[in-house]
Structures are given as C-alpha cells and as structure tokens.
Ligand binder design. Structure first.
Ligand SMILES: C[S@@+](CC[C@H](N)C(=O)[O-])C[C@H]1O[C@@H](n2cnc3c(N)ncnc32)[C@H](O)[C@@H]1O
Length: 279
C-alpha cells in the first residue's frame, strides 16, 4: 500500500468521517474543501443515494444479486446491509482495486455467507462479469444489480468509460439494472456551476489524486446506452426519489453529482418500462 500519495478510497473514507486514512489523504481532501467546503456533505449525499437505489432494487424491483464495483471502504450502511434488510437472501459481491479496501473489505464486509469481497478491476479483460471469483457467487444468467457509485469519474477519457460500460451492458442478462453516480458538469445550463465544476476538477486531477472528472449530461447518458432510464432519469442526486422534503437549500457542490438507474429490458417488459421510465 502506497501511503506517500493519496488514494481515492482513503480520501473518500476521510470525507465520510472514516478512520482508514493517512495525513496525505486528509491533506488532499482539505484542498478540495477550500473550493467546496461542503464536499463531505456531497459524499454523504452519494451514500444516501446508494441506499435509496439499493432499497428499491432489492425491494420492489426484486433484484437478489448485486455487483458493487468500486465499493470503497466499509462505512455506515453498506450495500449488503441495505439489500438484506429488504431480502435476507440477497447476495452482494463487492469489488475494488485498492489494496486498503481489499484488506478491510474482507474483514468488515463479509459478514454472512451472502456477502463477499473481491479484489478486482472494473477494467479487467472480459469484464468482472466473467471473473471467476465473481462467478463463484453470482449467477450470470439471472438479473444483476450492478452498482457504480462514484467510480466512472475516476476513469480518464483515454480509458473510454462509455466503451467500458457498453461492454458490461452487452454482457448483462436481461432484467438487470445499472446504478451510476458521477461528478456532474452542468455546462451551458448553469455557467456558475460549470465554473465551480471545472475548479473542482482541476483540484481533484492536479493535486495528487489524478482523477475526478466532471462530465456533462450528454457524457453521462452515454454510460446508459442500451438501457432504459428509470424515472426520474438522470438527475441531481437529491432529485432522485429523495427520502423527504428538503430542509435547507441545496449547496452548489451538492448540485455537481448526477445519478441514474438504467434497466436492461426483457422483451416482454419493454412497453411497461418505456411508460414508467420515460424521463
Ligand atoms: C469515491 S469511491 C466510491 C465508493 C462507493 N462506491 C460509494 O459510492 O460510496 C471510488 C472507489 O472506486 C475504486 N476504484 C477506482 N478505480 C477502480 C477500478 N478501475 N476498478 C475497481 N475499483 C476502482 C476506488 O478504489 C474507490 O474505492
């Protein structure tokens, strides 16, 4: 483990108030906070979104196997805890490529026989859907809830994130869902927020972390190609089925993350979902 440079997983852990981080990670995050003082709230908002989408998938949508890629360090309210509240038999496979997650994930996340942690990379050849460790636990012929929260914005353009997603989506069984959150650049829709997103992007990419790309709505929509977007579509996170009415105005940095849930239709479901998911 390299503790001389910040790691995405440890910086994010610090932003959530966790303890698995070093001075170098804390310093990196504090530089971000100079531009966006409430960036810790942004991380917590991202976790709340994850909870809502997993609750929906494991509950009404009936998904009982999850692949959470770029899972990060264990924190309060992990995917398996939410999913297994809805369905105790739901299986969850976590994957991360950071060694610190690997060490802590096994110990803290593998709490029951339906929960597993695998060290792996989103970018591995033939995708994680063909990784033999993943296939030990997930049935590749049945619908999967694939989760990529806060991950794709750490992939440089050179790595072709839409191409990566298209490869996964083509291999997912029909009836699967893909949940994605990412840093968002509102571009012409809001020049002030666009400016803030570019300042944050420079801070993330130039100050040791090396990644943290704010992408436009069009770029985000490319990740869902081949899927139907479930209502309300691709939106600011707190606009995606919030848990209740807002208790305060949304802060600028909280408007710079977008999320959406895509569905790979079964032939007989195409009509139903195009009606309810027409966003
Ligand atoms: C910002 S954290 C998000 C954690 C969690 N998904 C959440 O939303 O709360 C991003 C995670 O993605 C992991 N990651 C980055 N690139 C990855 C890759 N190519 N394959 C697998 N994991 C990756 C990092 O190690 C980090 O733990």
């Amino acid at each position: 483990m390299d503790t001389t440079r910040p790691s995405i997983a440890r910086v994010y852990d610090y932003s959530l108030g966790g303890k698995d981080n070093y001075d170098v990670d804390r310093a990196a995050f504090e530089q971000i906070q100079q531009i966006a003082p409430a960036q810790g709230d942004v991380s917590r908002m991202n976790r709340r979104w994850l909870h809502r989408v997993v609750r929906y998938l494991a509950g009404p949508a009936g998904i009982d196997q999850f692949l959470d890629i770029g899972a990060g360090l264990p924190t309060v309210g992990n995917t398996h805890q939410i999913a297994q509240q809805e369905n105790p038999d739901a299986k969850v496979v976590y994957v991360d490529n950071d060694p610190v997650c690997n060490a802590h994930g096994r110990v803290l996340l593998e709490q029951n026989e339906n929960t597993h942690f695998i060290s792996g990379d989103l970018l591995e050849e033939n995708t994680l859907l063909e990784n033999k460790n993943v296939l030990q636990y997930l049935d590749p012929d049945r619908p999967v809830g694939m989760i990529l929260c806060g991950l794709l914005h750490h992939l440089d353009d050179d790595l072709d994130p839409p191409g990566v997603m298209s490869n996964y989506i083509s291999r997912l069984p029909a009836g699967s869902y893909v949940a994605i959150t990412n840093f968002y650049d509102p571009a012409d829709e809001n020049p002030e927020l666009h400016d803030l997103s570019k300042r944050l992007e420079r801070a993330f990419t130039e100050m040791g972390l090396g990644s943290g790309w704010y992408r436009t709505r069009e770029q985000h929509l490319e990740y869902f190609a081949g899927l139907e977007l479930i209502s309300p579509g691709l939106v600011e996170l707190e606009d995606w089925w919030p848990a209740g009415p807002a208790t305060r105005p949304r802060l600028p940095e909280e408007r710079l993350v977008a999320g959406g849930l895509g569905f790979k239709p079964r032939v007989e479901n195409v009509r139903l979902h195009s009606v309810i998911g027409n966003a």
